[in-house]
Design a protein around this ligand. Structure first.
Ligand code: NAD
Length: 350
């Protein structure tokens, strides 16, 4: 299979390519083209770093990188034809909820119009398409709710990031129904693991503490997320790409729920730092309370399940950041947001 993977210079996409080219259980011949615009979030040279780290030379023979914007129809169409791609997996997105509050336009441009442009390309070239989405499209749950989001739950996004992702999902559905595009969608919980840009909660807190800096906790620190290891997300996406039913949506969750406060305690304890390193800050506007997915469908229909235990996964992740300061230190200069400055410096640019 010849796969175009958009946004694979970022966190999950780069892990996905590494997963495809290093997993001995995948026994089909794969050729992968990473299509990425290289925004600030794609500046980590992840692919090169991770293949070197694992002494895997497959990226020299089974992989190509092309710098391109998913909003650019002509270039994406040319890439598809040049590399004779069979399918596209779309990870490309503006992905930072906090940054979306400062600059919502770029989120709708890439996340919605970029996805719609890709849909036009796959429609023209009759390709298989898989779209990566998020649990956040369903809105949020009360902290004590017994509900879990199912694939047919209503879409009630609360933030510009969530709304742009929700709009993209609807575009994919419309192209399946109207143009018979061979597409699937997956909605995943919060990912953690190595190579995540140090603006997101776990890498931000770990790297701040490694630099002896305070960690900014939103005051609503009892808000909860469902945490899944990035490698489990990657195995689920491959399963859907191979065996998912066209037109279907699959939730990808682990069932592991932890509050921001609990995650903070784990990190502080592991790094031997004191509670004094916490700095409670104003929540960003629209901060969701809780997300939890019902992932029964992918468990039952595709036989997928997560295999990475949270306690081990988080320790391994913290260790990775300890060992890879050279990777994350330059990226910290590229952060778009100061989480302790809501209401002050982080004013809307619009
Ligand atoms: P990321 O920000 O680390 O990476 C995004 C990549 O997309 C970057 O390499 C960036 O350069 C690229 N990109 C941005 N705009 C582009 C454009 N116009 N054209 C081409 N490339 C562009 O994000 P991530 O955390 O790896 O997330 C990947 C996908 O997974 C996103 O669609 C996100 O919504 C979804 N997702 C993420 C999580 C999570 O916890 N990180 C959870 C659920 C779903």
């Amino acid at each position: 299979m010849r796969i175009g993977v958009t946004g694979s210079s970022g966190f999950i996409g780069s892990n996905f390519i590494h997963y495809l080219l290093s997993n001995p259980e995948i026994n089909e011949e794969l050729f992968i083209v990473n299509i990425d615009k290289l925004t600030y979030a794609g500046a980590g040279k992840n692919i090169l770093h991770m293949f070197k780290e694992t002494h895997n030379k497959k990226f020299l023979t089974h992989y190509k990188f092309v710098r391109a914007d998913i909003c650019d129809f002509k270039t994406i169409d040319l890439i598809v034809q040049t590399f004779k791609l069979d399918c596209i997996v779309n990870f490309a997105a503006e992905s930072h909820n906090s940054y979306a509050i400062l600059n919502p336009s770029v989120f709708f441009k890439t996340n919605l119009m970029g996805t719609q442009t890709l849909l036009e390309v796959v429609r023209k070239n009759n390709l298989r398409f898989h779209h990566i989405s998020t649990c956040e499209v369903y809105g949020d749950l009360a902290l004590d709710s017994k509900e879990e989001f199912k694939e047919d739950s209503s879409y009630r996004p609360n933030t510009p990031y969530n709304a742009s992702k929700a709009a993209a999902d609807l575009a994919v559905r419309a192209y399946v129904r109207t143009f018979n595009v061979k597409a699937t969608i997956s909605n995943c919980g919060n990912n953690y693991g190595s190579y995540q840009f140090p603006e997101k909660l776990i890498p931000l807190f770990v790297t701040n503490l490694l630099e002896n800096k305070k960690i900014p906790l939103y005051k609503q620190s009892q808000n909860k997320r469902e945490w899944i290891h990035v490698k489990d997300h990657c195995s689920a996406v491959y399963k859907i790409l191979k065996y998912g039913k066209i037109g279907e949506t699959y939730n990808i969750g682990s069932g592991v729920e932890k509050s921001i406060e609990e995650i903070t305690t784990i990190i502080l304890k592991y790094l031997g730092k004191s509670e004094d390193m916490k700095e409670y800050v104003d929540d960003r506007p629209g901060h969701d309370r809780r997300y939890l997915l019902d992932s029964t469908k992918i468990f039952k229909e595709l036989g997928w399940k997560p295999v990475i235990d949270f306690e081990n996964g988080i320790k391994e992740t913290i260790e990775w950041y300890k060992k890879n300061k050279k990777w994350w230190l330059p990226l910290k200069q590229k952060q778009m947001i100061q989480e302790n400055k809501w209401g002050e410096k982080n004013k809307s640019e619009e």
